[in-house]
Design a protein around this ligand. Structure first.
Ligand SMILES: [Zn+2]
Length: 133
């Protein structure tokens, strides 16, 4: 791959990330998850509003590997790209490596990478992401 080709790949990755964030902000979270799953070659996680009762955390979302489901605190969280992408990271990580959901640090870094791409394309997204676990 020569340098020019590499730049183009990076460019489309950047646009992809920005587009995914845009979809989530516009309530098209299912579409965003479909694109993410295809992009990373994993299954599409299920999405449910309402945390499982055993979760007494203040988290905005959580991922349950047993049923491949991202649980969200409420319907507002459905449109929070940071939470969705953070939880998708756990889904993706566990799909690839059956034992580990990945660290919180990397899940945050993954989500922030998308938000950065979106910001650099638009510079309108909130800089106060919710806390996810
Ligand atoms: Zn987490």
């Amino acid at each position: 791959m020569d340098n020019r080709e590499e730049a183009r790949t990076e460019d489309s990755e950047h646009l992809f990330r920005g587009y995914v964030v845009w979809l989530i902000l516009n309530g098209r979270t299912e579409d965003a998850l479909g694109l993410l799953a295809k992009h990373y070659g994993v299954s599409i996680p299920r999405l449910k509003v309402g945390l499982p009762s055993r979760h007494k955390t203040k988290a905005s979302g959580c991922y349950a590997p047993k049923d491949c489901t991202i649980y969200l605190r409420n319907s507002d969280t459905l449109m929070d790209p940071f939470v969705i992408l953070h939880e998708f990271y756990h889904h993706m990580h566990i799909s690839i490596d059956k034992k580990h959901r990945g660290t919180e640090k990397y899940a945050d870094r993954f989500a922030n990478g998308f938000l950065r791409a979106y910001r650099s394309l638009t510079s309108t997204v909130s800089k106060n992401p919710a806390k996810a676990a």
